[in-house]
Ligand binder design. Structure first.
Ligand code: SIN
Ligand code: FE2
Length: 214
């Protein structure tokens, strides 16, 4: 299942860097359940552009499901049990989400992963996620499981220092990446999304990131 897609010809090398497991197409059998689950979550907690501590609206729109949701505002980044827009708890994590995240984590070398947070990011063309570490979680022994749906994107995966060189990984509809252990705090990001029209999702990419936050 873990194959490496390499770009031919000149330009940056696309491959799978050490410390990252790329599970190509791993989420495809669960596609319908995932899309239905996203629909359900978004009805209760719509996508919104959160404000960074620096005062800028994020280009990525997001929502959450699970016991804890990742939020950003002028006060900083954190996890909280309720949606700041409504005050209500985040919607429960659909069973199909949890099942996929657990199987992917095990395939990536992290058996026994039980995420309590699922951040759902929506990218439209031009949206990007600048280089960052996932470090708002309490316990760094659990991995990160990240599921890509819709338009393809270029994932940057670097080292433990912001200035370390980054590998580029092409992520397509249904791909899942898993990282943790020595690379749990690796800097990573998403290059600006290219224009396109995905047969199932239209002009967008949705990413689901599963984490143990508490
Ligand atoms: C993230 O770093 O939280 C999301 C990465 C992605 O969209 O693939
Ligand atoms: Fe991240």
């Amino acid at each position: 299942m873990t194959r490496v897609r390499r770009q031919t010809g000149p330009g940056p090398l696309f491959g799978t860097p050490p410390g990252l497991t790329l599970l190509q197409g791993f989420a495809l059998p669960a596609e319908d359940a995932l899309l239905a689950g996203i629909e359900q979550v978004v009805q209760a907690a719509p996508f919104r552009h959160m404000i960074t501590p620096g005062g800028f609206a994020m280009s990525v729109a997001l929502t959450n499901c699970g016991a804890l949701g990742w939020v950003s505002d002028r006060r900083g980044y954190r996890y909280q049990p309720n949606d700041p827009e409504t005050g209500r708890l985040w919607p429960a994590m659909p069973a199909a989400f949890l099942d996929l995240a657990q199987r992917a984590a095990a395939a990536g070398g992290f058996p026994g992963f039980t995420p309590d947070a699922c951040l759902i990011n929506r990218y439209t063309p031009g949206a990007r996620l600048t280089l960052h570490q996932d470090k708002n979680e309490r316990d760094f022994s659990a991995p990160i499981v990240s599921v890509s749906l819709g338009l393809p994107a270029t994932f940057l995966f670097g080292g433990l220092e912001r200035t370390d060189p980054q590998d580029r990984v092409a992520l397509h509809h249904g791909d899942v990446v898993v990282w943790g252990g020595p690379t749990r705090l690796a800097y990573h990001g998403i290059l600006p999304l290219k224009e396109g029209d995905h047969p199932r999702l239209g002009p967008c990419r949705i990413n689901m990131t599963f984490r143990l936050a508490s």
